[in-house]
Ligand binder design. Sequence first.
Ligand SMILES: [Zn+2]
Length: 290
Amino acid sequence: MNESRRAFLSAAGAVGGALALAGCAGDDPQDVEAGAVTTTTRTESSTPTSTASGGDLKPTVATSTIRAGTEQETTVYEIRSGRPGPTAFVVGGMHGNEESGYWAADDVRNWKIDAGTLVVLPEANAPAVEQHRREWPGEMDLNRQFPIGAPPKNALAREIWGAIRRHEPDVLVDLHSSKGILRRENDEGVGQNVFHSNHESVVRSVQRAIEYLNDEFVTGYEPIYDFVRTPADDSEYATAPMLVNKARRDRDIPSCLFEVTQDGVKPEKRARWTKAFVASVLDSWRIRAL
Ligand SMILES: [Zn+2]
């Protein structure tokens, strides 16, 4: 179902895909591989809703829990518009010291959407977020636990991957920040850049989002602060055991990883830019109008 939905999007040459997709929206996951997941659904109506018919339905917010009952417990929010359309999956807090990503994601999870489904995992590594550390426990870098072609390396990564598999998103967005700037010489940072898969839908939506950011938000900065995009397969991180790489390589999921710089940009502003990026991507996919 998801493959044909993606094929449709690709064949139609459109980024958004709200048309002719009735029957594909709101499919229940067939492929639950991550242990105990509890799900609750809050419906904005007292009448129980069904997602089986693919018609014009009431919006709902469902939550599920990753690593329930452990110190890594964290929540996945699923906002269903009740209308046919693609599924976007947004991740924050893979690195606990990159607050703009999880601040933005925590806001995004409250957004109302127009079509399709928006899934948000605001704090992928909740204890790392709490301690404001990139790695936790110890030297565990969560975004290096997703080897391509092999199972995730620990329980947290396995359950996050399980959530990706259950939702099988049409687009995956992972939110980060970096100490430096990718294009600056002698700078090891990767900021003001979006790594992305080569799916045409993602290339177009990322290009549009960075133009929006550069025109409307990154004003009064040196030109090197303008956002750029980099095909993930061309980057030195192409095969690193990162979530977006595994999603792209193992599941052919259109995906991108957003890196705003920490250099000279305060956390609040980084979070605003991050939200603007997500908003523009969702607009391109016709999930939520800007
Ligand atoms: Zn990061």
